[in-house]
Design a protein around this ligand. Structure first.
Ligand SMILES: O=C[C@H](O)[C@@H](O)CC(=O)C(=O)O
Ligand SMILES: [Zn+2]
Length: 276
């Protein structure tokens, strides 16, 4: 499993485009028939994608973990952003269709991913954090997720937040996970921006229309940089960084965090006028 090391905000100031992309952008995660995961040193969060094509595929065990099986000391959140699919966990089959979320608790030994149709393969986005206790394996459909609509069309940031794994949703040890859908004509996510030193965060952009891009903003509020990304890429956000984006068209993204607490609303808001 590829490893991504953490970066100090003082060093980040001197990074050029290539170095920023190497250290924070995760590309080529979606590969037919493969599970592609990256081990980050931000709260030891593992980020990646399972893209079953044809045969069902198994979640491997990786030497990085020095574990008997992947979830021996970890928990996992899975959200499907592709065609309908299934996750088989210790012999039980869970239908995980587009925008549905499955939480797997610590101790689940065998995990397989399958696509329901050969015409449109499932794209299972995966986050996994270390876990100290067993929380119940839980499936939550998009219809069941708590929804909050923020922003306005006038400021091009009208969007619906869907919360799955958080303090008042699926119980976890430290994973917090959900997704945000930009309404048509809106392109700004997480603006006004915020930071949360208590938690790292990762964004995974999807449903970016062909030929369009998302500009992802990061860095300390007074020292921002950007990464221009295509569909199906993830970006890791250090605890000291803003994480916000604007697209050349509307799009969606999965957000996920690990760290000190499970309160979605624990954010330190920044004034737009203070950003540099
Ligand atoms: O800590 C929370 C995360 O950054 C996101 O949930 C923010 C977001 O989806 C948005 O405002 O569009
Ligand atoms: Zn955040």
């Amino acid at each position: 499993m590829k490893v991504l090391h953490s970066v100090h905000p003082g060093d980040f100031k001197s990074y050029d485009t290539q170095k920023i992309r190497e250290n924070f952008l995760m590309e080529n995660l979606v590969e037919p028939g493969k599970v592609n995961l990256v081990y980050t040193h931000y709260d030891r969060m593992i980020v990646g994608v399972a893209n079953p094509a044809g045969e069902k595929i198994a979640l491997p065990n990786y030497p990085n973990l020095r574990a008997n099986f992947f979830l021996e000391r970890r928990e996992m959140g899975i959200i499907n952003v592709g065609g309908n699919g299934e996750v088989i966990a210790d012999g039980k089959t869970y239908p995980v269709n587009k925008l549905d979320c499955l939480y797997l608790g610590k101790g689940v030994k065998e995990v397989h991913f399958a696509s329901s149709s050969a015409a449109k393969h499932a794209v299972f986005y995966i986050l996994s954090a270390p876990a100290h206790a067993v929380c119940a394996t839980t499936l939550l459909s998009n219809a069941e997720a708590v929804k909050v609509t923020l922003g306005s069309l006038a400021t091009a940031n009208l969007r619906t937040i869907n919360k799955y794994i958080h303090h008042e949703g699926i119980k976890s040890c430290q994973l917090v996970m959900g997704l945000t859908i930009l309404h048509e004509g809106s392109v700004w996510n997480t603006m006004p921006a915020h930071v949360h030193d208590r938690r790292m965060e990762a964004y995974f952009y999807f449903d970016i229309p062909a030929g369009q891009k998302v500009f992802h903003y990061m860095g300390e509020a007074h020292e921002t940089r950007h990464i221009i990304t295509d569909n199906y890429n993830a970006v890791v956000s250090p605890p000291w960084s803003i994480h916000s984006g604007s697209g050349t068209a509307s799009y969606s993204f999965i957000w996920g965090m690990a760290g000190e607490n499970l309160d979605y609303t624990d954010m330190d808001a920044l004034a737009i006028t203070d950003l540099r």
